[in-house]
Design a binder for this molecule. Structure first.
Ligand SMILES: [Zn+2]
Length: 63
């Protein structure tokens, strides 16, 4: 599973999501940015920022 923790992008946010592929993680993360952080305009660099912070869940557990 792939894991994205919002706190790695928005300090203090406890939200996280996991899915079997990066595309689904990005889709959920973008939706969260809209609803929780008021990001009505999703810029391309935000998608890149999310992708860069997606980790393999096993790696995250070990850290
Ligand atoms: Zn968040």
């Amino acid at each position: 599973m792939r894991l994205f923790e919002c706190g790695s992008l928005v300090p203090g946010c406890e939200w996280h999501t996991r899915a079997s592929d990066d595309a689904e993680v990005v889709r959920r993360a973008v939706e969260h940015m809209r609803t929780a952080h008021g990001e009505t305009t999703i810029r391309e660099n935000m998608v890149e920022n999310i992708k860069q912070r997606i980790v393999d869940e096993n790696t995250a557990d070990a850290a």
